[in-house]
Each structure stands twice: as structure tokens, then as C-alpha cells.
Design a protein around this ligand. Structure first.
Ligand code: CAA
Length: 265
């Protein structure tokens, strides 16, 4: 699954491979525990947007190493920065570029997932973990706060009590605790982690692409609108999918008791 030769979108800090409709984006700054430097975030978002435009790619997996998904924004790069430097660089705008990706983006977390790393994982559509994963927003220990969505997305994911606890004390939580509080949807032993992630990603890649897109947009609406508006947006997408060939194929295949073959139209 990840044995493919690196794609042209790869850089020194990001290894991109593709197979079976799944694109793997592997963060690769091992000496800095995948700290998210501007160059890494640029490579990552450029690659994700390019893959989003490729019809052969149905789902993307964002993954790190066994030791670290990502240990946060690069502290060394911002240690001496002034507010004007931070505003001028506006590196967090790079995180926002990921929100333009329409295909399902799966964060596969093993090891440290801290600060900007946790924020990056939470910006993805799905979040799964190996049993050695550790999640945290330790920015308070550096005299700052999460700046790439941590106070908002963590609170929505785990609720105010745990989010305040983690953000005010810097406490890190295990994969099991993250699972119990709804931060991640599945946890696997590290030994089988990539295999299981691959299986999950291929299962999603086999679904109807337009339905995947409508589904992710509808779920996201749940956080951004009233219930009535969200239900309305869902219903419009549901009815709209009846214009796709994939809806005809999916329902016909069910009636004919055979697997559906979705083409993305
Ligand atoms: N930025 C830059 N370098 C980092 C880094 C980061 N976020 N995290 C780790 N590194 C570097 C270390 O400096 C070290 O490099 P050197 O060998 O050159 O000294 C290397 O990675 C290995 O790290 P450690 O020696 O510290 O490894 P450890 O196993 O003892 O500890 C750790 C691991 C607990 C993750 C620890 O490295 C750590 O606490 N890292 C910082 C985590 C953090 O505070 N993240 C938040 C960053 S701020 C942010 O993300 C803001 C935002 O919201 C956008």
C-alpha cells in the first residue's frame, strides 16, 4: 500500500504515494518529529489540492511516522517572531487551504499529535489512531494558546470540560481516552495500524465520490448552522444525488444483489 515509488508531488519533507484510489501523504521531518514548518505545510497543502483535482484519487490519508504524527508548529521558526512577523507570514492560512479539499481526508495518527499537529488532524474529515498515539494542545506551556483551530475544533469534538482541561493544563491524552471522548473514531494496535488504515481508506475509495462529497459537506454543516438549516442542506444534497449515474448504479446493484461499480458521475 505504501510501497509505491514516491509521486512527483513529493518533497524532502513530504512523501506522496498512490494506490487503489488512495493517496498517502506522509509527513517526513523525522529529526523535528514532523514539526509543521511553513515549507512542510506548503508542500502538504499544494499536494492535497493537486490530488483533490485528480479524478483517480478518491480519498487521501495524512500520516506521520510511528513516533510522531506531528509535534506541532515549528517552535524554532517562531520563537523570536514579533506579532507583525506572525501576521505577515500568516502561516496558519496554510491550514485553511486544507479546507478547500473536497475529497475525504483521513488523519492517521501514531505517536505524538500535539499542538498544530493535533489541529491539523482535527481539520481532517476523519481521525483514526494507533494505540501509541498521544494527543495534546501544550501551547500553554510555551506562553501562547492554540492558534490553528485547537480551541474551536477540540471543544466541538470532546466538549468544554476536557478541552479546557487539555488547553489550560497542557495535559496529553492517550488514544483510548481520545476514543472514549469522540476525538478519534477508531484505534488499532500499532503493529497493524497502516494495514487497517489502508483497508478503511480503500473501503471509502470504493464508494460513490459525489455521495462522499455531499456526505462530508452535510456533516460539516452540523457545526456551522442551525438544525433546521442543516436538515434542509442535507435534504437538498440527498435529492440532488438522484441526478447522478452512481445513484442509479448503487440502487440497481442492490436490487440485482451484486457489488456496485461507482464511476464518479
Ligand atoms: N517544533 C520544532 N522542533 C520540535 C518540535 C516543535 N514543535 N517538537 C519537537 N521538536 C524537535 C526537538 O527540538 C528535537 O530537536 P533537536 O534534536 O534538534 O533538539 C527533536 O524534535 C526531538 O524532540 P525531543 O528531543 O524533545 O523528543 P522527546 O521524545 O524528548 O519529546 C515531545 C517529544 C514531548 C513531543 C517534545 O519534543 C515536545 O514537547 N515538543 C513540542 C510540543 C509542542 O509544544 N507543540 C506545540 C507547538 S506550538 C503550536 O503548535 C502552535 C499552534 O497552535 C499552531
Amino acid at each position: 500500500m505504501t510501497t509505491q515509488s514516491p509521486d512527483v508531488l513529493s518533497t524532502d519533507e513530504l512523501i506522496v504515494t498512490r494506490a487503489d484510489g488512495v493517496a498517502w501523504l506522509r509527513l517526513n521531518r523525522p529529526k523535528a518529529l514532523n514539526a509543521l514548518s511553513p515549507s512542510l505545510m506548503t508542500a502538504l497543502t499544494d499536494a492535497a489540492l493537486a490530488l483533490d483535482a485528480d479524478p483517480d484519487v478518491r480519498v487521501m490519508v495524512l500520516i506521520g511516522s510511528e513516533r510522531a504524527f506531528a509535534a506541532g508548529a515549528d517552535i524554532k521558526e517562531m520563537a523570536e517572531a514579533s506579532p507583525v512577523d506572525m501576521l505577515t507570514r500568516d502561516t496558519i492560512a496554510l491550514w485553511d487551504r486544507l479546507r478547500r479539499v473536497r475529497k475525504p481526508l483521513l488523519a492517521a495518527v501514531s505517536g505524538f499529535c500535539l499542538g498544530g499537529g493535533c489541529e491539523l488532524a482535527m481539520a481532517c474529515d476523519l481521525l483514526v489512531a494507533a494505540d501509541n498515539a498521544v494527543f495534546g494542545q501544550p501551547e500553554i506551556n510555551l506562553g501562547v494558546i492554540p492558534g490553528a483551530g485547537g480551541t474551536q475544533r477540540l471543544t466541538r469534538a470532546v466538549g468544554k470540560a476536557l478541552a479546557m482541561d487539555m488547553i489550560l493544563t497542557g495535559r496529553q491524552i492517550s488514544a483510548q481516552e481520545a476514543l472514549a471522548h469522540g476525538l478519534v473514531s477508531r484505534v488499532w494496535p500499532l503493529e497493524v495500524f497502516e494495514e487497517e488504515v489502508g483497508e478503511m481508506a480503500r473501503a471509502i475509495a470504493a464508494k460513490a465520490p459525489m455521495a462522499l462529497r455531499m456526505a462530508t459537506e452535510s456533516v460539516d454543516k452540523a457545526f456551522e448552522t442551525s438544525l433546521a438549516e442543516g436538515l434542509d442542506a442535507e435534504r437538498q444534497r440527498f435529492y440532488g444525488l438522484f441526478a447522478t449515474e452512481d445513484q442509479k448504479e448503487g440502487m440497481k446493484a442492490f436490487v440485482e444483489k451484486r457489488p456496485a461499480r461507482f464511476i464518479g458521475r
